[in-house]
Design a protein around this ligand. Structure first.
Ligand code: FE2
Length: 396
């Protein structure tokens, strides 16, 4: 059957000019039984459009694992390492993940109690809430009136030892009904975004780069971020910003000596900007919560020094400066008109280019609002590529 690509239905809040390439609904093929030719078309579409939606899908965990693995045939273990990081008691990811026993690379996530599910007699799920992660919280009264927040903008990645997954597949099995909510940014801007209950929100890393002023683009293509060892354990005692875009600098991170055993060679240092393997476009891909240091290269020969940030390069280790520098570059891209909040329907399958977008859990459910999703991503067989020499010369 011919593959058909249809633009995502955008909410009124979104600026359509910024979503011309982002997101396509795929029609005419079954994602559980793709032929090699169909898969190549899907892969091509994913790198071009960064998020793909299939509606009314019936997909076993085995099929979901096979589809996810097809993007990187040498990858095998779950993106967080067969749940090792997630199961470390101190990790902030610990409560969010339940593994499907038959296919441990597929996780059951959601809310409420799910019974007799794919070999799990009973699974108690909890939708993560900003109230346990942000430094401040929406008042219970406002929450009752439907006000909420972005939980945590991120890339799906262990950020230590393992390479960031290329794709994440999210399959909505049980979707509770409920009133829409309003995300409040609470950062002094007055920004708000109406969202469907329990949306997953996405922003494009390409747009994040494209909308930066020239001096920030120059800094972005010259900078690498160094993540903390076991970043989810390291950040566990700390609190997030009200936008969910990074951590408040209060000095609460676990000292490196108190982390589980780690080795310097396994610490991840990634370029700020990742090159899309399908289109060659540059995507600003930083998981702000886990970053510890910035390594800035000097301007390349012949670049204009006037107005340049860190023209001679820098190694920034002051956590507050590191975070403020990243926040200034990332915050513009999460403004309400640049966010795609997916309105989940039962049997939706969303594939997203995990190396090309940032995403976040949103909102809050009551315990009786049962939600069940299957999520799969696999630690990649390689690290992401940064900008080419030509890219650096062009943008620095
Ligand atoms: Fe995620």
């Amino acid at each position: 059957m011919a593959i058909e690509l249809v633009p995502f239905p955008l909410p009124a809040s979104a600026d359509p000019s910024k979503f011309a390439d982002f997101g396509r609904e795929v029609k005419g093929i079954n994602p559980g039984t793709l032929s090699p030719e169909e898969f190549e078309q899907v892969k091509d579409a994913l790198y071009k459009h960064d998020a793909l939606l299939f509606r009314d899908v019936v997909l076993t965990p085995e099929q979901q694992y096979a589809l996810t693995k097809a993007f990187d045939p040498q990858s095998e273990s779950y993106g967080h390492g067969n749940n090792k990081t997630g199961s470390t008691k101190k990790s902030i990811l610990h409560p969010d993940l339940k593994t499907i026993p038959r296919v441990p690379q597929v996780q059951l996530i959601g809310n409420g109690t799910v019974y007799n599910h794919e070999g799990l007699a009973e699974a108690k799920l909890k939708h993560p809430s900003h109230t346990t992660f942000h430094k401040t919280r929406v008042s219970p009264q406002d929450e009752a009136n439907g006000i909420t927040r972005f939980y945590r903008w991120h890339i799906d990645a262990a950020l230590y030892d393992l390479s960031p997954p290329k794709v994440t597949t999210l399959y909505g099995i049980t979707i509770p009904k409920g009133d829409p909510q309003i995300v409040r940014y609470d950062d002094g801007t007055g920004d708000e975004l109406p969202v469907p209950l329990g949306t997953t929100a996405f922003v494009s890393g390409k747009t994040m780069f494209d909308i930066l002023p020239a001096e920030s683009k120059s800094l972005a293509v010259r900078t690498k971020v160094k993540y903390a060892p076991h970043p989810y354990v390291w950040m566990a005692p700390a609190h997030a910003m009200p936008t969910g875009l990074g951590i408040e600098s209060e000095g609460l991170e676990l000292p490196l000596g108190e982390l589980p055993d780690w080795e310097e060679e396994r610490v991840k240092v990634f370029p700020v900007v990742w090159k899309n393997p399908g289109t060659g476009a540059l995507h600003f891909q930083v998981h702000p919560c886990g970053v510890q240091e910035l390594l800035v290269d000097p301007l390349p020969q012949g670049a204009k020094r006037e107005g340049a940030l860190y023209p001679d390069g820098a190694h920034i280790t002051d956590l507050k400066v590191v975070r403020e520098t990243l926040y200034k570059m990332q915050r513009p891209a999460i403004s309400p008109d640049l966010v795609y909040p997916h309105d989940w329907r039962k049997n939706d399958l969303v594939l997203f280019h995990n190396r090309g977008v940032l995403h976040t859990v949103v909102g809050a459910f009551t315990p009786d609002q049962v939600r069940a999703f299957h999520q799969c991503n696999l630690a990649a067989s390689d690290d992401p590529a940064g900008p080419s020499e030509e890219d650096v010369v062009k943008w620095a």
